[in-house]
Design a protein around this ligand. Structure first.
Ligand SMILES: [Zn+2]
Length: 239
């Protein structure tokens, strides 16, 4: 897992779909290695429909990698950025700093969106994520043509089973992945150990059958945090 340094530039007021707003922003960065200050350019948006090569860079982490000009240290820098895949009607906002607060602010900006933008938002899947790993997870889920809401619920069942078999295992992150054609979970432990658990055959479809009525089609126009907390609320039967 990459260590991330969070940046929170003040100049973020974004309306998805309005590309002229997506101007790069300069930000100062203090190198964690040599402590020297340098200026890096932060992007406000990754549009992988226009720049497909950038999708690979996001997935392999190079998109967020910055090389310190003083000492050459490679630093993974995460900051608010919109990942926009028009082909998949998927918009994912990375909000690494105070995610819930930032999300509320972002959704409050909707009152100033144009009619066209609101129409686009209705057909798009709109998500917020806390870190680069979660951003990559969402991309992989939609590449696998799955729905992240059912994936989160399936993760909860599979992880509960895993913990029964390995009590005391301290997981720091649990992420969906597809390996050798199998859907499953990458479970990262506190000790740095990473385990792979594949999903039981048919579980994902069973989860859809169990919950589709309850969670609906999800046609909102707000960015949503669909994560373990969300699935716990659904499993607890909360509205
Ligand atoms: Zn440095």
């Amino acid at each position: 897992m990459t260590k991330e340094k969070n940046m929170d530039p003040k100049e973020f007021d974004l309306k998805p779909g309005e590309n002229e707003q997506y101007k790069p922003v300069k930000a100062d960065l203090v190198c964690p290695h040599c402590k020297k200050k340098s200026t890096m350019t932060l992007r406000a948006c990754v549009n992988v429909s226009l720049h497909p090569e950038e999708k690979e860079q996001v997935l392999d982490g190079s998109f967020f990698q910055y090389t310190c000009p003083s000492c050459g240290e490679k630093i993974s820098v995460s900051y608010p950025i919109l990942y926009d895949d028009m082909g998949k009607a998927l918009m994912i906002y990375l909000l690494p700093d105070e995610t819930e607060v930032a999300l509320e602010k972002l959704n409050a900006q909707q009152s100033s969106w144009s009619e066209d933008m609101l129409k686009a938002a209705k057909v798009c899947t709109m998500r917020a994520v806390r870190n680069i790993n979660e951003l990559c997870e969402k991309i992989k889920i939609y590449d696998a043509e799955l729905d992240d809401r059912y994936v989160e619920l399936t993760k909860a069942f599979v992880f509960a089973q895993f913990i029964k078999q390995q009590p005391g295992f301290q997981a720091v992150q649990v992420l969906y992945d597809r390996q050798n054609g199998d859907d499953g979970l990458v479970i990262m432990g506190k000790d740095g150990k990473t385990l792979w658990v594949s999903w039981p055959e048919g579980l994902y479809d069973e989860v859809i059958n169990m919950f589709s009525e309850r969670i609906g089609s999800g046609e909102g126009t707000a960015y949503e945090l669909i994560d373990a907390n969300w699935s716990m609320k659904i499993l607890a039967g909360k509205p």
